[in-house]
Structure formats: C-alpha cells, structure tokens
Design a protein around this ligand. Sequence first.
Ligand SMILES: Nc1ncnc2c1ncn2[C@@H]1O[C@H](COP(=O)(O)OP(=O)(O)OP(=O)(O)O)[C@@H](O)[C@H]1O
Length: 383
Amino acid sequence: MTESRPEAKVRVSHLRLSDFRNHADLALDFAGRSVVLIGQNGVGKTNVLEALSLLAPGRGFRRATLAEMARLGGSGGFSVLAGVEGAFGAVRIGTGAVPGEPGRRILVDGEPQKASERLSDHLRLIWLVPAMDGLFTGAAADRRRFLDRLVLAVDPAHGRRVSAYEQAVASRNRLLEGREADVVWLDALETEIAATGVAVAAARRETVHCLARLIETRPDGDGAFPRAAVQLTGEVDTALDGAAAADVEDWLRADLRAGRSRDRAAGRTLVGPHRSDLSVRHAEKDMPASASSTGEQKALLTGLVLAQAALVTELTGNPPVLLLDEVAAHLDARRRRALVDLIAALGVQAFMTGTDIAPFEGFSNEAEIIAIPDVAAPDSGEF
Ligand SMILES: Nc1ncnc2c1ncn2[C@@H]1O[C@H](COP(=O)(O)OP(=O)(O)OP(=O)(O)O)[C@@H](O)[C@H]1O
C-alpha cells in the first residue's frame, strides 16, 4: 500500500462562496491534499477555481468584471472567503464585490486591505486553464500575461510596476493623438515609461533566466512532459542582454523622444516591453512550441506550469497552489500519472476539475475527490 503524501506547506483548507456565479452559498472543506472537483457539465467546477483565482492580485483567470461574477438574480455583490494554512499559521483571506462600490474588497482575517497585493502574503497561485491551450500559437499579449503572472507570483510588486508602465504608455498615446502635444508632459511621460519599462523588462528577464535554468536541471516526470526552452524576445530584452539597466533606460527614453512622429502616425507607442514576447521551444526536438502537435503543446504547457510552481517554491520558500482546470482530459494515462506524481513531489496543493472520476482513479492517496452538486437539478424522488 502506498503511504499518504505529506500535506503541502501552503494549502487552502476551506472555501466559502456567496452569490458567486451559479453558487448562492457553497462551503467546501479540504483535507489538505490536492483536490479533484467532479461534477457534470455546468455545475460550477470552473467557477470554484475562478473564485480561488481571485485570491491573487488581478482579475482572476477569466478576467471577468465584478458584475459578471455576481450571481444572476442575487444581491448584485458576491464574496469568496478562504481559510489558508501556511508558513505563518492559519489565516482567513477573502475578496468580494459590494453593489455600488468600485473595485473589489480584500480582507485578511476580517481586516479590509487597501491593496490586493496583500493576498500574496498568504497565497501564491499558478493556473492552467483550457483558455491557455492556444498559448504558443496565439497572441504575444497572452504569453506576456502568462509570464507576468509568474513574475507576480515570485514578486508581488510586479503588478504595480506593470500597471504604472501601461498607464504611462496609454497617457503618451492619448497625448500624441492631439496635434500639438505638450512637450514638457511628453518628456515626463517618456521618462516614466523608460524607468518603469526597464524595471518590467528586467524583472521578466530575471524570472525567465531562473525558469530556464530550473527546467534544465529538474526531473521532468521521466520525460512525460517535454522540456521547454524559454527566452524573451523584444528590443528592450535584447538591449538588456548587452548593457546595464541605466543605459537601456537612457536608450529607451531617447528612442521614444526621437520616435514621436513615428508613433503618432502609428497611433500607438512602437517600442517598449509591451512589444516583447516569450519564445517557447520544444527543447528535445529543437523546434518552436507552436509547431508541435496539440497534445505535445498541452504537455509542454503542463511541464512549463509545473516548472513555474517549482520556481515559486524555490524563490519564495513557499509552494504556490495550483489551479488546473480540465487538465486530465487532455493528457494520456502516463502523463496523468506523471502529473499527479510531480504535484506530490513538488509539495504543492493542486485543485483539478473533471466531469468523470475515471481519469483520477488510483490517485486516492494523492488527491481528495469532491463532488460538486448540481444545484439546478431537482432532488431525486421529489418529483
Ligand atoms: N453570474 C452568474 N450567475 C449565475 N450563474 C452563472 C453566472 N455565470 C455563470 N453561471 C453559470 O455557471 C455555469 C458554468 O459553470 P462552470 O463554467 O464552472 O461549469 P463547469 O462545472 O466547469 O462545467 P464544464 O464541465 O462544462 O466545464 C453555467 O451553468 C452558467 O450558466
């Protein structure tokens, strides 16, 4: 008989959803191991994972508005409360929306918090959801977001860095739309763009370096998940390879100033880390990830997400919690086994979903199976 795996060092022990999506009131207790949520299509399994994803800075993995997440026919608000056990003991963290209030509320042990960054003091999240299946073939913006989420899990200040940068770029774009832009204001914005832009690029670069090194040295589930070779591409990223950050900042500021009429004609800023991309290659086959088969892409992506989890543990000293929506559906039996083994070896708690228990049979030591009831269905025999 296999022994039970030790509990993850950081884990969600309880979750309560009120008026969140289709869940009017759902309370779940977790024993400490990984969790598989089972239920028919549409019962709200992904909604539970989405609720968990709001326990990190940002808008959750669906990037939905607060109004979209509030239960139709409910009060117009919602709440998500979780018990988390971690390095500093047990804490209750939560978030929610109140009708008429802009933005979401953040609570830590009942105390309102000014910044969602405070959630990261207790919980770091990494997720893999079906919407990411086209990550390698899709838009560069999605790969940047994928990378920024990892940087954020390692360094919670990254969120502020990225939004300061994006706001400055948006302000410059608006200013350039006018025929006679205020030059003093443009100078100030370009200084801000250069400073925050190089900070964003440097943080991404550092994380990608660490990730690439970790992928080269870690076990990969006996080859179940092909190794990915990751690299940042973009003018600012290349510049940082050969020069000090201060010099790249000077260069970027000068380029922005010289490129005003170019950018005015284009209607947007054409240089900066918002133009970078994360190049991912299938290392063993030495070909772009985008040229791999659908199954290979899923395996590469899964391996990349597991490497991200290992990196967060290595760099922060605490394992993240993984949210893996419908992950088993795309993996063959060997890869499913390797996935569960790697999750256990990493010492992370993972939340997975499935419509059917079959892919998870044999994992009872590693994962707790929880059925999500179909709240819309009438009780049997009550007709
Ligand atoms: N704001 C909302 N209010 C009420 N119900 C909602 C809201 N948003 C989504 N839903 C409902 O949530 C359900 C979808 O939930 P979810 O995506 O979690 O399903 P699932 O269990 O993961 O299903 P599948 O196995 O098909 O992926 C749908 O029935 C949808 O109508």
